[in-house]
Design a protein around this ligand. Structure first.
Ligand SMILES: O=P(O)(O)OC[C@H](O)CO
Length: 168
């Protein structure tokens, strides 16, 4: 495991910390959780840059990076459902898309790498913004973020199937 992989791993380790803080009753913990969540989200940009800078993208990193994103997104989503700040239906859409894409990625023949597409990278960014907004805000702002995030979630999923299903 190189430094980039360790940064990826830190995203997974920070997920239960975010969940615990977002499940707390006092709003001040939600804001502290948001800070931890932002740090965890930023590791998504740092690990990719580190790996590319050192020209050391590992097989572990290529698999773990999108998986760590899904753990952070779905774990945080569960905390927000449990504290009545997010609809279960939104998280179900995320869950179905992320499992479908992970399944597609895993059935591709050896030698075919399904790297993260540009739309999928924006999708993850959109999901993180929407989750962060739902953690500390109410009203139109989280709704607008979720409209964008869900559009990118579905669009990137369809794009992956269109491009990779014929090769599966
Ligand atoms: O949609 P995926 O599975 O390619 O994941 C995209 C990554 O989360 C982008 O960082």
């Amino acid at each position: 495991m190189n430094v980039a992989d360790q940064v990826t791993l830190s995203r997974i380790i920070l997920t239960p910390v975010v969940v615990a803080l977002w499940l707390a009753h006092a709003p001040k913990w939600h804001w502290i959780g948001l800070v931890v969540f932002i740090i965890a989200g930023m590791t998504d940009f740092v690990d990719g840059r580190l790996a590319r800078h050192a020209s050391k993208t590992t097989h572990f990193g290529a698999y773990m990076d999108p998986l760590a994103d899904k753990i952070l997104v779905l774990g945080s989503g569960l905390a927000l459902i449990a504290s009545n700040r997010l609809s279960v239906w939104i998280v179900l859409i995320l869950l179905l898309r992320e499992f479908a894409i992970t399944g597609l990625r895993s059935i591709l023949p050896a030698g075919t790498t399904m790297g993260a597409s540009a739309v999928a990278k924006w999708k993850t960014t959109g999901q993180l913004f929407a989750l962060g907004a739902s953690a500390v805000l109410t009203g139109m702002v989280p709704i607008v973020f979720w409209v964008v995030a869900l559009t990118l979630t579905i669009w990137s999923g369809i794009e992956y199937f269109y491009r990779y299903w014929p090769r599966a």
